[in-house]
Design a binder for this molecule. Structure first.
Ligand SMILES: C[S@@+](CC[C@H](N)C(=O)[O-])C[C@H]1O[C@@H](n2cnc3c(N)ncnc32)[C@H](O)[C@@H]1O
Length: 343
């Protein structure tokens, strides 16, 4: 008799946030994905995946063992909290616990997406992700009750926001382990929230991972060698009538699609940057309907900048100091389009 394969998560305290994933998938009607996602998690955290993985896992495991008395994921409260995702009150921790928490969060640097306020510790990330979320939240269908796939979810900043907006389940995927560990640090204090980021690529998901009400691909398309394949893959994951939220770099209207031969704004792996009119064509070619351009926004140093929690080069170092409308490589400066489309 052939026995059914059994899948178990690695026995690492840092990964306890995933223990509720099977139930959350079941509640959202996606229970059959559980064994495959467990396998992807196990493979994603295999010891040889990254030289720093052990240190990051250790940092999350050593987070103070306290319950948060409070959290705020919904953007209506942002005005009060300076746009941060807030977890835990200052009074939930004693001084020793606060020092330990700060140390653990420091070990997970650089923080690219944020801001977060974790038991009163302000983690000011490179990106003011709240500014993008404001543009997105105003343009999309309400998320209440929807199942969401967030491709390139990074540390889960948007996944938490989506859950705060009432999504039934948010499944984030991202192969960058550093950021997935940041997600796990937050998830440690938000055990009831149905938002997950697992360490894999969109293409690694099983073919049965379909039927999502909303699929987000933000800041991912220009990193794909084959952007139309990425769009087709996003299309496949949606239910008929489901909504795609695509956010990506564009060149000014009328410019030809840019194929950077080296870096673009100091970023590696930027393969193609089209104009938004070209993007509409790509979306139509991959089967999307009702394509809507919601916004085009030049990136500013208010939105992307070096901070204490991301001390490396940022936008200011990527622009030509003599002419900030171009990058140091001579390309048009970053601007980002937001498009909404329907399967
Ligand atoms: C520029 S960040 C964008 C993060 C976030 N979505 C945002 O809009 O701020 C791109 C992220 O996409 C992830 N990524 C790149 N290719 C991917 C793929 N094929 N599947 C899933 N994630 C991918 C990277 O690891 C990275 O964390």
């Amino acid at each position: 008799m052939v026995s059914k394969p059994e899948f178990h998560l690695p026995d690492r305290p840092a990964l306890t946030a995933y223990r509720s994933l099977g139930k959350a998938l079941g509640d959202a009607g996606l229970g059959e994905l559980t064994p495959t996602l467990e396998r992807l998690i196990r493979e994603g955290f295999a010891p040889d995946r990254h030289g720093k993985l052990d240190g990051w896992l250790q940092a999350v495991a050593e987070l103070p063992d306290v319950a948060s008395s409070y959290s705020s994921l919904h953007r209506q409260r942002q005005a009060l909290q300076g746009a941060a995702i807030c977890v835990g009150g200052q009074e939930d921790l004693n001084d020793d616990q606060r020092t330990r928490l700060r140390g653990c969060l420091h070990q997970l640097m650089p923080w690219r997406k944020g801001p977060f306020e974790i038991f009163g510790i302000r983690v000011d990330a490179e990106w003011r992700s709240d500014l993008k979320w404001r543009r997105v939240a105003d343009a999309i269908s309400p998320l209440a009750g929807r199942t969401v796939l967030d491709v390139g979810a990074s540390n889960g900043y948007y996944a938490w926001r989506m859950a705060g907006a009432g999504a039934r389940l948010v499944l984030g995927v991202d192969p960058s382990l550093n950021y997935v560990l940041q997600y796990l640090a937050l998830a440690r204090y938000l055990p009831q929230v149905p938002a997950y980021v697992i360490p894999c690529r969109l293409e690694d998901l099983p073919s049965s991972a379909t039927g999502f009400d909303s699929v987000f691909s933000m800041g991912v398309l220009y990193h794909q060698r084959a952007p139309l394949e990425h769009l087709s893959e996003l299309h496949r994951r949606l239910r008929p009538g489901g909504e795609l939220v695509l956010e990506t770099l564009v060149v000014p209207e009328g410019c030809a699609t840019l194929h950077p031969s080296g870096r673009y704004a100091r970023m590696r792996n930027v393969w193609m940057v089209p104009a938004s009119a070209e993007l509409r064509i790509w979306l139509a070619q991959t089967g999307f309907a009702d394509v809507r351009l919601a916004s085009v926004t030049p990136t500013t140093s208010e939105e992307q900048r070096r901070t204490q929690w991301m001390p490396f080069e940022s936008l200011a170092q990527a622009l030509d100091p003599q002419d900030p409308t171009t990058t140091v490589e001579g390309h048009p400066a970053p601007r980002r389009a937001l498009l909404i489309a329907r399967r």
